[in-house]
Design a protein around this ligand. Structure first.
Ligand code: PAF
Length: 293
């Protein structure tokens, strides 16, 4: 496994692979790798001859009150995992390479509308930071394919729109969310949870499952969302949102405009100082659902 910190070695290796007509898949990460990341890498390995993983904790996607300084950095452990799983190249750029003028002086990428709704309302600037760093990494790696986790579903759509709008010749693939045995979606931020918070955090995915069930049984969407918020608050979460959206532009779902439509329940909550997000996809069939109500 090759570990590159500079772009010259990265470029020469990538060029050699391209000359041999080898397809390149890319998995960008912020490190602190867990089974969720490794499953994205396994998916990438199925799609391409070569897999590149980047590790970079991107300051531009953290607001001043967020956890940039304390975000878990576990490079040695990460490299061991990547070597064991058979990654070809790990790219570990530093901020001088990514933001030569400093991150606040950098040109940025703004994906309209999608960046400012739902998660974007609670984390202003987050998707601008993500889109900007991902475009820079895409420009350096120039992959054929890039894989992103569906746990960050809105991020996946933001990247897809950026790639489409800027005509980048990259196929974006979503990898399914990996969960702990009790249902908690895997995330590097789960490490922040205390033992009792960790125990309670399973209630997030359980609440989403119940909400889906209620909607499938014919409960009005707004009522089901509201019940979920109340339950989560009762369990001790501070709730940012629980909302049902269709899966392409994340517009609100109504029985009139969304018959037999792929939908996603999106939620973000805080448990103590840890912010958790999760989602649940299903097909919304109001003509069947309403008959049950
Ligand atoms: O999902 C992440 O880990 C990050 O947002 C990403 C895509 C690596 C960009 O920094």
């Amino acid at each position: 496994m090759l570990v590159c910190k500079e772009s010259s070695r990265l470029c020469s290796t990538l060029s050699a692979w391209r000359r041999q007509d080898e397809k390149i898949a890319f998995v960008p990460t912020m490190g602190n790798l867990h089974q969720g990341h490794l499953s994205l890498i396994t998916l990438a390995q199925k799609k391409a001859a070569r897999v590149v993983v980047s590790i970079y904790v991107n300051p531009l996607q953290f607001s001043p009150d967020e956890d940039f300084a304390s975000y878990p950095r576990t490079l040695d452990d990460d490299l061991e995992k990547l070597k064991n799983i058979g990654v070809d190249l790990v790219f570990i750029p530093d901020t001088a390479l990514i933001y030569p003028q400093g991150e606040q002086q950098s040109c940025f990428v703004e994906v309209p509308v999608l960046s400012h709704i739902i998660e974007g309302e609670f984390r202003p600037g987050f998707f601008r930071g993500v889109a900007t760093v991902v475009l820079k990494l895409f420009n350096m790696v120039q992959p054929d394919i890039a894989v992103f986790g569906e746990k960050d579903f809105q991020q996946l759509l933001v990247i897809r729109q950026m790639v489409n709008d800027l005509l980048l010749p990259i196929e974006i693939i979503g990898g399914e969310t990996k969960r702990e045995a009790d249902g908690l979606a895997m995330s590097s931020r789960n490490n922040y949870l205390s033992a009792s918070e960790r125990k309670n955090s399973r209630l997030l995915s359980e609440t989403l499952c119940l909400c889906r069930h209620q909607i499938e049984q014919g409960m009005a969407i707004a009522q089901a969302e509201e019940d979920s918020v109340k339950s989560l608050q009762g369990y001790g979460f501070v709730v940012d949102y629980v909302t049902l959206r269709e899966t392409t532009a994340l517009t609100a779902v109504t029985a009139e405009n969304c018959d037999n439509t792929d939908v996603i329940l999106l939620a973000a909550v805080k448990m103590g100082k840890t912010r958790l997000i999760d989602n649940l996809k299903f097909v919304y069939k109001p003509h069947i659902n309403q008959a049950k109500a």
